[in-house]
Design a protein around this ligand. Structure first.
Ligand SMILES: [Fe+2]
Length: 287
């Protein structure tokens, strides 16, 4: 199934519930407004967009980010940059395992990462994240995306009824990729949001808790909270709701943190992985 717009934008769904590839677009050039609007709508429909075969400068990546809202993290320029880069522009974050003098140059350097929503521990979490691959390992380091809509719509009604209208606490230790991982424990953030979130653009409800960052359901005893949250995670992470992206150099991915969660598979620590990341600021407190 392919949708063709007037501007010959090919939108190719990747799974039933989540993910679409946008073909025939060179993002070094600014698309016309109609095409930008079509890309935005495709993103709302598919939650995750893949733009393969790009060759983007940092300026290009920052410009593309603005198609989806206001760019985040402009006040936190990257401290380090890898060989081949003479500068890192504000708003661009490195996700990398590359080390210089033994220290990682980027964030989240190693290994597997459990399902999570970016910045759910903040009052106004990021709306979107963009990730562009510069160097990838020979295997592993795949990113898995789960549709929170599909999980919500098919959740066991008994579980859903007990969690409807409830809120949950989210906690994040910066730098940790696994629950209980104590790296970066000195710097953390917490916030409370609804267990099921209504997406402000689509009006659809999505599961808005995750295995990495959600601590507990508020106003519920611990045993019941753990039992219900685990039931939600086990359901939400089922392969039928997940698109697994095996990275190629030059892939740009865009995902919606309001209605999807994502995870990363392990990869060889001996091979280099370098991604450039930008974020789009959220505009509302989740409700
Ligand atoms: Fe993430």
């Amino acid at each position: 199934m392919t949708t063709l717009t007037k501007t010959r934008l090919d939108i190719v769904p990747l799974t039933k519930h989540i993910g679409a590839e946008i073909r025939g677009l060179d993002l070094r050039e600014r698309p016309d407004e109609e095409t930008v609007a079509a890309i935005y709508q495709a993103w709302l429909n598919h939650l995750v967009l893949v733009f393969p075969g790009q060759n983007l400068s940092q300026e290009d990546l920052l410009r593309v980010t603005t198609y989806f809202g206001e760019t985040g993290n402009l006040d936190r320029p990257a401290k380090y940059f890898p060989a081949g880069f003479s500068k890192m522009l504000p708003g661009i974050m490195l996700i990398s395992n590359i080390r210089e003098n033994g220290e990682p140059i980027g964030a989240l350097p190693d290994g597997e990462m459990m399902f999570h929503h970016d910045m759910i521990h903040k009052e106004v979490p990021s709306k979107a994240t963009l990730l562009y691959s510069v160097e990838i390992p020979s295997h592993g380091g795949d990113t898995l995306f789960a549709s929170g809509y599909a999980a919500y719509e098919t959740l066991d009604p008994a579980v859903r009824a007990r969690l409807e209208g409830k809120k949950a606490l989210h906690h994040y230790n910066y730098g940790s990729t696994q629950r209980g991982d104590d790296r970066g424990v000195e710097a953390f953030n917490e916030f409370v949001h609804p267990v099921f979130r209504t997406h402000e653009d689509t009006g659809r409800k999505a599961v808005y808790v995750n295995r990495l960052m959600t601590v507990k359901v508020i106003d519920m005893d611990e045993a019941e909270s753990n039992q219900l949250l685990n039931a939600v995670y086990d359901h939400a992470e089922k392969p039928e709701f997940v698109y697994t992206h095996a990275w190629r150099k030059g892939d740009l991915l865009l995902w919606d943190n309001r209605c999807s969660s994502h995870a990363r598979t392990d990869f060889p620590s001996t091979e280099r992985r370098l991604m450039l990341r930008t974020t789009v600021k959220g505009t509302v407190r989740p409700s």
